[in-house]
Design a protein around this ligand. Structure first.
Ligand code: G3H
Ligand code: 13P
Ligand code: NA
Ligand code: ZN
Length: 328
């Protein structure tokens, strides 16, 4: 059954858990998430980026989610637009059955420049106005994702801001967050705290200098009832890096967001945790394993099934560790 982000995160807040939001692009990722959710009786947030909608097509995304609901009738499903960049993207998502949209006004629509605060408030407020009229939830973002180690935006990611950011852009300001939420009426707030998208987040296991959990705590103190969202929250597990590299991959040593830090965040009001990279890495490491151990194999199902299984394990672990299991 379809539910909104607001309904789901209100429940999470009452019970003190967070919901992992996994990105979907294809059938195998969808089934991996749904099987994991079924195994532990968890609600799901399925999120599709603009890239995912272009890759699979809006009709395919819409029908895949309908199929998932029919196959897993006991699992509440929130379908969320990840990083909507303008009103048109958010509107067309709603037309395709999304029950939640992210209006990411932290950057200008083409990601060429960090947006002004006024721009972000205006565009996010307009989307919230429109979405709330039709019963759809909205996530906004205040602050820019990027590295506190280097001050860089998201060069390697391809769609974030490619350039230097100031400290006050890299860390969400708690006072501004209060003003932003009251002006825009967003249902959930994504914050900047030193995480970035993709595999290369940190050059060492992060401490408080480069992963600012204190900012999450400070925002939660000012906005105790507001649902917070952590982006760039893959942990890039060492085991998956090792599996990928043992199977012929070439991924330089890197560090993600430790799951323990996310668990701390959940105590500070984090209710939605975005994870894409870990799912990609799990699937690709498994596919490489098949390719290297059986070079004669050419049935794609023999690649996809182990990939699906590896992603399912990852999803199950996150449902359990975020306290989401048992809440369907
Ligand atoms: O925003 C980042 C998500 O991982 C989606 O990535 O735009 O390559 O689908 P994507
Ligand atoms: P990761 O790249 O850390 O998985 O982050 C995903 C994300 O934030 C999608 O919006
Ligand atoms: Na999102
Ligand atoms: Zn994100």
């Amino acid at each position: 059954a379809r539910i909104t982000l607001r309904q789901l995160l209100d429940h999470a807040s009452e019970r003190g858990y967070a919901v992992p939001a996994f990105n979907i692009n294809n059938m195998e990722q969808m089934i991996a998430i749904m099987e994991a959710a079924k195994a532990c009786d968890s609600p799901v947030i399925l999120q599709a980026s603009r890239g995912a909608r272009g890759y699979a097509g809006d009709i395919m995304i819409r029908k895949m989610v309908e199929a998932a609901e029919e196959m897993y009738p006991t699992i509440p499903v929130c379908l969320h637009q990840d990083h909507g960049n303008d009103e048109t993207t958010c509107f067309s998502a709603i037309q395709n059955g999304f029950t939640s949209v992210m209006m990411d006004g932290s950057l200008e629509a083409d990601a060429s420049t960090p947006a002004s605060y006024e721009y972000n408030c205006d565009i996010t407020g307009r989307v919230t106005d429109m979405a709330h009229r039709v019963g759809v939830s909205v996530e906004g973002e205040l602050g820019c994702l990027g590295s506190l180690e280097t001050g860089e935006g998201e060069k390697e990611d391809g769609h974030g801001f490619d350039g230097k950011l100031e400290m006050d852009q890299l860390l969400t300001d708690p006072d501004q967050a209060v003003d932003f939420v009251s002006k825009t009426k967003v249902d959930a707030l994504a914050i900047a705290m030193g995480t970035s998208h993709g595999a290369y987040k940190f050059s060492r296991k992060p401490d408080g200098d480069i992963l600012a959990m204190n900012v999450v705590q400070a925002i939660n103190e000012r906005l105790p009832g507001v649902h917070l969202v952590m982006h760039g929250s893959s942990s890039v597990p060492q085991e998956l890096q090792d599996m990928f590299n043992a199977n012929g991959g070439e991924m330089p040593q890197t560090y993600g967001v430790p799951v323990e830090e996310i668990e701390r965040g959940i105590k500070f009001g984090v209710r939605k945790v975005n994870i894409d990279t870990d799912c990609r890495l799990a699937m690709t490491a498994a596919m490489r394993g098949v390719a290297i151990s059986n070079a004669a194999q050419f049935d794609p199902r023999k690649f996809m099934q182990p990939a699906l299984d590896e992603m399912q394990k990852l999803c199950l672990d996150r449902f359990e560790r975020f306290g989401c299991a048992g809440n369907a």
